[in-house]
Write a protein that binds this ligand. Structure first.
Ligand code: NDP
Ligand code: 8X3
Length: 257
């Protein structure tokens, strides 16, 4: 492998925003480490991107909640894969949409463990491998839910407020190297997000995106690309990206037919 080719690691690359970021970075000839739980998705993406862009793609099948699995994935990276210049912490989910007094603690655990602790485990394992010459960059995928709270979303919102806080703290702690840290906060993006939130209920999930023009995953990937491609003295701390029809979290102007 060509040691001068930059390497990017993207968590949750098997669908949605992570998949779009992987495609955007593949187009720019990054070699990729893509992770997630669904190995078949990742293998298919790896095959497609390596054929299309003549890049190297390495798949790590893991659950970011499993700290030992995260550490093993990173520890087992062969020489030539250990110089990770870009880390995109994208893996995450919302599960359920209930008032706090009716919420399911198992769903709370899944959101907190994935969105907050998973991001921490991956970052802790990868940061020691990142170059300390000014070329390294971490992008965390937050959410408008990490900026504003909406009804029935308290725990998901809390997890994304934590991602916002962690991004700010990481930026302070890693400035000494320097490693740049940015956070993207999207509003409604049509991906598998709502399908996961509503336990695979396709009818309920598709209603989320009815009557307005939602964001698509590539809108977010392009923002990430913009952040990564500023000159070394410029760090975009955060970008909040909303559908025009969503002026705030939980408020969507839908066209009635
Ligand atoms: P998707 O459900 O399409 O993608 C989520 C990805 O995260 C999947 O590839 C999934 O892979 C991975 N993932 C989830 N849990 C785990 C886990 N425990 N371990 C490893 N990987 C995991 O949704 P999006 O693309 O929309 O979501 C990506 C990120 O964007 C999330 O952090 C989400 O909170 C955030 N976001 C989404 C918005 C939206 O409206 N869609 C808006 C704002 C932020 P697998 O299941 O194979 O493990
Ligand atoms: C996803 C955005 O507003 O659906 O993080 O919670 S929202």
């Amino acid at each position: 492998m060509n040691n001068s080719t930059p390497i990017a690691m993207i968590t949750g690359a098997g669908s949605g925003i992570g998949d779009a970021i992987a495609r955007a970075l593949a187009r720019a000839s990054y070699n990729l480490i893509i992770t997630g739980r669904r190995g078949e998705r990742l293998e298919a993406l790896a095959e497609a991107l390596s054929a299309e862009h003549q890049i190297q793609v390495r798949v790590c099948v893991l659950d970011v909640r499993n700290r030992a699995a995260v550490n093993a994935c990173v520890a087992e990276l062969p020489d030539g894969w250990r110089n990770i210049s870009v880390l995109v912490n994208n893996a995450g989910l919302a599960w359920g949409l209930e008032p706090i007094d009716e919420g399911d603690p198992d769903k709370w655990d899944a959101m907190m463990d994935t969105n907050v602790k998973g991001l921490l485990y991956v970052s802790r394992a990868v940061i020691p491998l990142m170059p300390k010459d000014g070329s390294a960059h971490i992008i965390n995928i937050g959410s408008i839910a990490g900026k504003e709270v909406y009804a029935n979303g308290a725990v998901y919102c809390a997890s994304k407020f934590a991602v916002d806080a962690l991004s700010k703290g990481m930026r302070i702690d890693l400035a000494k190297y320097p490693i740049r840290v940015g956070c993207v906060h999207p509003g409604a993006v049509e991906t598998e997000f709502s399908l996961v939130r509503f336990d695979g209920d396709e009818t309920r999930a598709s209603k989320v995106y009815e009557g307005f023009e939602n964001l698509v995953a590539m809108d977010v990937a392009e923002a990430v690309w913009f952040m990564l491609n500023r000159p070394p003295h410029v760090n975009i701390n955060e970008l909040t990206i909303m559908p025009t029809a969503q002026p705030a979290a939980g408020i969507i102007h839908r066209k009635t037919v």
